[in-house]
Design a protein around this ligand. Structure first.
Ligand SMILES: NC(=O)c1ccc[n+]([C@@H]2O[C@H](COP(=O)([O-])OP(=O)(O)OC[C@H]3O[C@@H](n4cnc5c(N)ncnc54)[C@H](O)[C@@H]3O)[C@@H](O)[C@H]2O)c1
Length: 255
């Protein structure tokens, strides 16, 4: 898919990996709607990107909010060709901790945002994409999800996060199969440890120790490297139904 003919929605686009992807898409000539929570920096980020970007506020867990944010996005973009699902939250809680069993609400919240939010955005973007005129390859749309290496090697305290990301990996192929008849591809990126505002809050010593666990290159991933892979996926019609680890060969240890 030619990036210059793309209208893209990036969930979680106000920060970190989503923001870098929105910036890279605009730099490549795409039109972008940053979809993020109302209290996020989405408005400022969209303004910094000029006329090619808008902000549409929504919580990805709400069918109503997401539905109307996508309608607004399509009105401004002209078409919705690419959805990048970057909205996500993390949590740390042991299944049985010092204060007893893990809180079920906390577990459910992470599944709700990361897994159900990703499916919610995909299912509501699909009808917009299905209306597109196919390009020469027959493509109408591309969906890119964000899992994590925690889908495969989750650490102590990551039951909820790993389950949510494992669910994203698990649904990649069936959703790609569901949407194949419409010419919509579905891919997932499983990042290792990336230098986003989330990690920026950690002390330098912890960031350095995280970086040391990465065989090569021995540094945190740059959000621009995630964005570069997302843009490649959009352009490469043969990539479909698969998860790509983007992690410098890290295999997370139990803690
Ligand atoms: N940074 C990393 O090392 C790393 C590694 C693996 C996976 N990931 C995943 O990448 C994605 C982006 O992470 P990041 O590091 O850029 O984090 P981030 O906190 O910088 O950005 C996440 C964005 O998602 C938005 N968001 C959260 N809940 C939302 C909701 N309910 N509705 C709408 N928007 C919501 C936030 O407002 C924020 O702007 C997440 O899914 C995360 O799990 C990150």
């Amino acid at each position: 898919m030619d990036l210059r003919s793309v209208g893209a929605v990036v969930t979680g686009g106000a920060s970190g990996l989503g923001r870098a992807t929105a910036e890279a898409l605009v730099a490549a000539g795409s039109r972008v709607a940053i979809l993020d929570r109302p209290a996020s920096a989405g408005n400022d980020v969209a303004k910094s990107l000029g006329d090619a970007a808008i902000f549409t506020a929504a919580d990805v867990t709400s069918a109503d909010e997401l539905g109307s944010a996508l309608d607004t996005a399509v009105r401004h973009l002209g078409s919705l060709n690419v959805l990048v699902n970057c909205a996500g939250v993390g949590t740390a809680m042991k299944t049985l901790g010092r204060s007893g069993p893990a809180k079920l609400d906390a577990f459910a919240y992470v599944i709700q945002v990361n897994l159900i939010g990703t499916f919610n955005a995909t299912r509501l973007a699909a009808p917009h994409m299905a209306k597109n005129t196919p390009n020469a390859e027959g493509e109408r749309g591309v969906v890119i999800n964000t899992a994590s290496v925690a889908a495969f090697d989750g650490q102590i305290g990551q039951a909820a996060y790993s389950a949510s990301k494992g669910g994203i990996v698990g649904m990649t192929l069936p959703v790609a199969r569901d949407l194949a008849e419409f010419g919509i591809r579905v891919m997932t990126i499983a990042p290792g440890i990336f230098d986003t505002p989330l990690l920026g809050t950690l002390p330098e010593a912890i960031r350095a120790s995280l970086a040391k666990q990465i065989p090569f290159p021995q540094r945190l991933g740059r959000p621009a490297e995630y964005a570069a892979l997302a843009l490649h996926i959009v352009q490469n019609a043969m990539l479909n139904g698969e998860t790509i680890r983007l992690d410098g060969a890290i295999r997370m240890q139990p803690r």
